[in-house]
Write a protein that binds this ligand. Sequence first.
Ligand code: SF4
Length: 344
Amino acid sequence: MNTKKVLEVVDLKKHFPIRGGLFGTVQAHVYAVDGVSFHLHKGETLALVGESGCGKSTVGKAVLRLFPLTSGQVTLDGTRIDDMAPGTLRPLRRKIQVVFQDPFSSLNPRMRVRDILAEPIRNFGLAKDSADLEKRVGDLMDKVRLPRDAVNRWPHEFSGGQRQRIGIARALAAEPEIIVCDEAVSALDVSVKAQIINLLQDLQNELGLAMLFISHDLAIVEHMTHRVAVMYLGKIVEVAEKRTLFGAPRHPYTEALLSAVPVPDPTVTRERIVLQGDVPSPIRPPSGCRFHTRCPYVMDRCKKEEPELRADASGHLAACHLHDLPDAENPLLNKPPPTAFAMA
Ligand code: SF4
């Protein structure tokens, strides 16, 4: 693994104001992302997982600087971009590109594939001349395994999987170092999902890309990623290498998420942990540990004190007071490891 950090995020916050009344005054905030830190190495995939509404997509949009941040630092390839003016930021945008969930709505239906792929090449001044532009477009079609003559077609003439290949080619057109995949395979059929995941992995190996892979689907993440960061209600609660996290989760929320993933072997049963209640509102997050209203191991302390994200000796990060208990009394350390996962 290359140790160069291509992306570093420190204490990122994004609070959306809720306005109301006659004069549109701010009445409350949605604490969508509330102090998130992580980094991404060159050539690495970090999966950001959690239930819908946990803030993971907002983190993706924040690092892409699609809106102003409330606070925090985002460093892209050694340069701080969180406080950069749009004009200064523009050339740096080339380095970080995105593939969205819905390939149909993210492609302009009035542009042929050639123009969709040529647009970022022109915008970032990457082609020497029109012959070079045409060559780059053809090469992109090869990279995503679509026939070159399909550049003359319109987005609606392709299947969902093919459209997602075009979305990936468009992201690659800018020659980025990082790709943010925001639920990029969630809308696809199972067999197409597997093809797109294989394609993303091949491209990563070939081009040395770093990927921030945002997903609610742990079965896919297990196939796709090097490290996993688990989010709950605007905060990261656990970060570890994939095998470590899937084999021995150190946060009760991760444990519950893993228990819900289907096991491929029908003879194997696994205890399903059903969390009580809904995810609380990010407008009024619970005091102390934000997970305490649903945690099966909640203690008095959890309702008052917010746990810090702390590393164990192996570097496995978790934010949970259970790790202050003696090992023999910590329920998370005294369970059999979960079994392997099937792709959903
Ligand atoms: Fe559960 Fe307490 Fe750990 Fe939060 S700190 S996850 S409530 S045991």
